[in-house]
Design a protein around this ligand. Structure first.
Ligand SMILES: NC(=O)c1ccc[n+]([C@@H]2O[C@H](COP(=O)([O-])OP(=O)(O)OC[C@H]3O[C@@H](n4cnc5c(N)ncnc54)[C@H](O)[C@@H]3O)[C@@H](O)[C@H]2O)c1
Length: 327
């Protein structure tokens, strides 16, 4: 059985739903403290056993691993706000790094040696070449990215010393929602551009603030690589399946190789919603690179993964969700 930490969160819940659809005969355990997650995101899934708890609770996590005979972990649980990580680094070291160490120790004591980890393109920092492949130097420029970088190194130690098999998936910008709008993105506060633009279109947000329109990009706004959350879910399932034949650690980018600028996002959101999006530009935010675009070649060659959704599909599904949000 697999254990999914953070499975009530945005990406974790899409993975859990996808997994139960692809493997209807299998059960899955979700561990989430619901600090950021939503129990509603798991509604209607009969094969999911939910455990409310924290990855830092060593004895409880050990109990869950044993009780459910867990043989692999998919580890999404984390705090994810870059700005907050700069203001309160201890919160991020304690939850993301110390929490992961406690989880790994519990896994080690229970003989669980397989793991898929949610890493991030934030581990690369400011790119020195584009697109970014997995050999690009990692120089995180914020505490959030540093926590992901540190966890990757800790996992390497477990692979060397304890024979673990793990895959760290370095996501670029996750976006979109389940095509039926059953689940979707719901962060508080929301910091991601697509839901913020759509909230502005819907009128639940007055104005969209865009940081910087003087970058060295064709239209002056930042370029990012947006990946549909359902494509992330399918990559996780492939990564889990691969672990049984894998030795040691793998690091794999999850992006599409297509960059879109903030201005292009706003224009496409206006076209899809049929509404004008009231937006303004403020000065650049420090530490925001002009462009971040993935080379996803390894995800394709190693995992056999192919993203199914383009930017239009990302915004269409996110818009459907935004208008029908249940949580
Ligand atoms: N959203 C993105 O664009 C993006 C990009 C790169 C990487 N990631 C990573 O993907 C993962 C999921 O991101 P998300 O956007 O779904 O975030 P999210 O906040 O929606 O989900 C995280 C979940 O983890 C839970 N959680 C946090 N700390 C916990 C703890 N100590 N014990 C138990 N549960 C805990 C939260 O309650 C939440 O349900 C995170 O690790 C994040 O760093 C996200």
């Amino acid at each position: 059985m697999i254990l999914v930490t953070g499975g009530a969160g945005y990406i974790g819940s899409h993975f859990v739903r996808y997994y139960t659809q692809c493997r209807p005969a299998e059960k899955i355990v979700v561990l989430d403290n619901l600090v950021e997650g939503h129990l509603e995101a798991l509604e209607g899934l009969s094969n999911v056993h939910f455990e409310r708890g924290d990855i830092n609770e060593f004895d409880a996590v050990k109990g869950i691993l044993k009780k459910h005979s867990v043989d692999a972990v998919v580890h999404f649980a984390s705090y994810c706000y870059v700005g907050e990580s700069q203001e309160n680094p201890s919160k991020y070291y304690e939850n993301n790094v110390a929490g992961s160490i406690s989880l790994f120790r519990a896994m080690d004591e229970c003989g669980v040696k397989k793991l898929v980890f949610s890493s991030s393109c934030a581990t690369y920092g400011v790119p020195t070449k584009l697109p970014i492949d997995e050999t690009h130097p990692q120089n995180p420029i914020n505490v959030y990215g540093l926590t992901k970088f540190l966890i990757e190194r800790i996992l390497e130690g477990y692979a060397y010393t304890k024979d673990w098999s793990f895959t760290a998936l370095r996501y670029f910008n996750a976006a979109g929602a389940h095509p039926d709008a059953l689940i979707g993105e719901s962060h508080a506060p929301e910091t991601h551009i697509i839901p913020l633009a759509l909230k502005t279109a819907l009128g639940t947000k007055e104005q969209l603030h865009v940081f910087g329109d003087d970058y060295e990009t064709p239209d002056g706004s930042c370029i990012r690589d947006y990946i549909h959350v359902e494509d992330l879910a399918s990559a996780h399932l492939l990564a889990v399946e691969k672990l049984s034949e894998q030795k040691g650690g793998q690091f794999i980018n999850l992006g599409t190789a297509h960059g879109a600028s903030v201005k292009e996002i706003v224009a496409l959101c206006e076209e899809i919603t049929g509404k004008k999006i009231n937006h303004s530009f403020s000065p650049r935010r420090s530490g925001d690179p002009a462009r971040l675009v993935a080379d996803p070649g390894k995800a394709v060659s190693y995992l056999g993964w192919r993203p199914q959704h383009d930017l239009r599909s990302i915004i269409e599904t996110a818009w459907k969700w935004e208008q029908n949000k249940r949580y």
